[in-house]
Design a protein around this ligand. Sequence first.
Ligand SMILES: [Zn+2]
Length: 78
Amino acid sequence: MATPRVIGTTGRYRVVATTEGATMARPDYRKRKGGQYYAWHFCASCKNWPASDYDSRSTPGDPLCDKCQELERKGECT
Ligand SMILES: [Zn+2]
């Protein structure tokens, strides 16, 4: 299966084009490597958003970053 093409973002989700031509929202969660207790981030606007040397997954991890959740509540999660 081809890698879905990202065509935009909305909140914590990426809007992607699938091979069938449909779109779907795919969450992108990131956590700094090196510690199993590091929080998972989902807002690129979070000051702790890992830009390099991170693990990523498409489902929420535990724990979630408090700052990211606060940004989402305020509508500032990008
Ligand atoms: Zn965060």
